[in-house]
Design a protein around this ligand. Structure first.
Ligand code: ZN
Length: 212
């Protein structure tokens, strides 16, 4: 995980939506038109950039066009925080639905969101590297992860971060993400070496076909 900056959203709109009655917020969230639609679309666009299109929890690449928006503190338990940008991240299906589900990440409740105690590493408030240690690919593409605090260990447990299939998924993701750069570099090296030989352009056969 890496720590994200809170998306700089249209705060007037956030304040307006947050003033709506809590009992209505869950239903409002489901709307697909008007200011709700704009809020959700803008937020997804901002988060895609901030999160470099990676899941906030496991950091795998989000291939889907419309990745899930995860309420860190679930909206059915904490409706008041449905529209808080610092309670929203993009997450993969495995983390959002299969693992986190309706899990309540708050162990110390406070009426103010920022004063709450979170059991898992909070993507905006915590420094993930204080709670989690990574090997192989760094914090961005960490393949081997271990929890170094209770919060780190709980994050590992909730998202099942070191199960064989999830570690394998991250390894495959890292290889896939790095490969285009390596291929590009090899092509560039090859191109430079061809140019340096000053070989005449016509006999293309002289340039050995490159197998990447
Ligand atoms: Zn994930």
């Amino acid at each position: 995980m890496i720590r994200f900056k809170i998306p700089n959203h249209d705060w007037a709109l956030v304040a307006r939506l947050s003033r709506r009655p809590d009992a209505l917020k869950s239903r409002l969230w489901e709307r697909t038109t008007g200011p709700i639609r704009r809020f959700k679309d803008d937020l997804t666009a901002l988060l895609k950039v901030e999160q470099e299109r990676r899941c906030a929890y496991c950091m795998t690449y989000l291939h889907e066009d419309h990745p899930a928006r995860d309420h860190i503190a679930p909206k059915n338990i904490y409706p008041a925080w449905t529209f808080r940008p610092d309670n929203l991240v993009l997450a993969c299906y495995a983390c959002n639905t299969d693992r986190k589900g309706g899990y309540d990440p708050i162990d110390v409740r406070h009426r103010r969101y920022r004063r709450c105690g979170f059991k898992i590493v909070h993507p905006y408030f915590d420094r993930p590297d204080s709670h989690l240690a990574y090997r192989g690919g760094g914090a961005k593409r960490g393949i081997l992860i271990s929890g170094i605090t209770a919060k780190g260990a709980e994050t590992m447990r909730v998202f099942d971060l070191m199960s064989p299939e999830r570690a394998k998924e991250r390894a495959a993701d890292a290889i896939f993400a790095d490969a285009p750069n390596r291929l590009q570099q090899r092509f560039l090296d090859r191109y430079v070496s061809v140019v340096q030989t000053r070989a005449p352009l016509k006999p293309a056969a002289r340039i050995a076909p490159t197998v990447f």
